[in-house]
Design a protein around this ligand. Sequence first.
Ligand code: AMP
Ligand code: ZN
Ligand code: FE
Ligand code: FE
Length: 283
Amino acid sequence: MIDLHTHSSASDGTDAPGRVVELAAEAGLRVVALTDHDTTAGWDEAAAAAVRSGISLVRGAEVSTRVAMPDGGISVHVLSYLHDPTHPALLEELERTRTSRLTRARRMTERLAEDFPITWADVVASTGDGATVGRPHLADALVALGVVASRDEAFAAMLHPGAPYYVPHYAPDAVTAIRAIRAAGGVPVMAHPGAGARGRVVTAETIEELAGAGLAGLEVDHRDHPPETRARLRDLAEALNLVATGSSDYHGTGKLNRLAENTTTPEALAAIEEQGLLDVVRP
Ligand code: AMP
Ligand code: ZN
Ligand code: FE
Ligand code: FE
């Protein structure tokens, strides 16, 4: 079993990177990818844990990007696998996004503070040291303060893009990001392309354009995709000669997603490894 999308406390997951890998081994996975938002900070700890736990690790990241639209942009997450983490173009984009996420979290906290007893110190207390900050950390602070009962409730009530407290953050254009990932030797796979409940999703035409820019695959099997969406995306992947993957998007206790609930075939992983600069870490 192969699961190519998980988050640790290096971003907005609740388990340390090494713990994600241990839990992956316990869940019966043979291969797991660590794909924290806009960071590779968890790679070394995860690799050491993989060797200890006897499973393979795909080093990755989930890169925040945007597709411009006449009426605002669509947020698109692109998983990058097996890239050089020191490549300047990609590193600069990730750093710029993380910096903007920090400013954005402060501004959202200021807006929330007008209606709820939340301070920036509460958000800092909910965020791991050096972690990529996101709305889940604001949610955790609101839960700790007793304002809401869960991350889910926080998103539904005050953190969704239509809420008055919402502030967007910088993210590179999807074509720019895909080219930077390829330049860094990475393999770009679009995460949850059909997750309509999170907001607007891109069209098949946009996916075709991104494939022209170097996109390597589509995450077809994901919790947020109903069966019809999976069938449509599987057909699209085949038509565009893209690798089809499946994964859990595990975030620890912060979301319902369980490790190995969706998986990737060995053939798809082999196609990704063949295109990637780095090797899979094997025990
Ligand atoms: P951000 O990165 O700040 O835009 O926040 C997006 C993150 O929040 C994604 O990683 C999602 O997995 C997570 N997320 C979105 N909706 C929810 C929800 N209802 N409950 C828990 N986490 C969520
Ligand atoms: Zn997340
Ligand atoms: Fe995502
Ligand atoms: Fe994710």
